[in-house]
Design a protein around this ligand. Structure first.
Ligand code: DX5
Ligand code: ZN
Length: 218
């Protein structure tokens, strides 16, 4: 059976204390740190860009997993690579030339991820599997933390795991992951679970123990 990694999303962290928040979640057992970049154009919310990622980087010992909810993507790939991302994930819906975008990510030496929205099927994904390290299945419509898990995506995860076959490609789940929904997607073949509100609830940088309890509960 696959070991499940937990990737807390700092979208639910204290934005004035990203460094301390990243150190706290790693100390409390996070496997990866998930960094949500939003542009107010591809999604209806704005977070931050490469400069903030670069500032966060020294506070993360492990994997910095950067989820780009931006369009276009290509002009910014170099900047996120230089900021120290380990995984750079772009949306299949973000432009007409996702193959080129994934090639550009791979050319920086970083791991390439492909995110797919709840309304997107697996047709276009099949042709890209050999150039991917990760597929991020969105189980909410991207833009905000704290939304409800869209259960219809579980079947898509199952079909995606079958399509991936023997390839070494992570399936990451993003949105509405809780102790209730996590087992459903893990059983369907997911191995990286992003969780924002479910990890950060009840804790803070001065009282980070709830982060650990929340991570272990997922
Ligand atoms: C949504 C983001 C997610 C979000 C998840 O657009 O990509 O990473 O932070 O938040 P929760 O776990 O609260 O649904
Ligand atoms: Zn995300």
């Amino acid at each position: 059976t696959r070991r499940i990694k937990i990737a807390p999303s700092i979208l639910s962290a204290d934005f004035a204390n990203f460094g301390a928040e990243c150190r706290a979640i790693e100390a409390e057992g996070a496997d990866w740190v998930h960094v949500d970049v939003m542009d107010g154009h591809f999604v209806p919310n704005i977070t931050f860009g490469p400069a903030t990622c670069a500032a966060i980087r020294p506070h993360i010992k492990g994997v910095m997993d950067v989820h780009l909810m931006i369009a276009p993507v290509d002009p910014y790939i170099e900047a996120f690579a230089a900021a120290g991302a380990d995984v750079i994930t772009a949306h299949i819906e973000a432009g007409p030339h996702i193959h080129r975008t994934l090639q550009a990510i791979r050319n920086t030496g970083k791991k390439a991820g492909l995110a797919i929205n709840p309304g997107t099927g697996l047709d276009g994904v099949e042709n890209l599997l050999d150039m991917l390290d990760l597929v991020c299945v969105m189980t909410v419509n991207p833009g905000f933390g704290g939304q409800s898990f869209i259960a219809s995506q579980v079947e898509k995860v199952r079909r995606l795991r079958a399509l991936i076959g023997e390839r070494r490609v992570h399936i990451e789940i993003d949105g509405g992951v809780t102790p209730v929904t996590a087992p459903l997607v893990a059983a369907a073949g997911a191995d990286v679970l992003v969780a924002g509100s479910a990890v950060f609830k009840g804790g803070s940088v001065t009282d980070p123990a709830p982060y650990g309890a929340n991570i272990r509960a997922i």
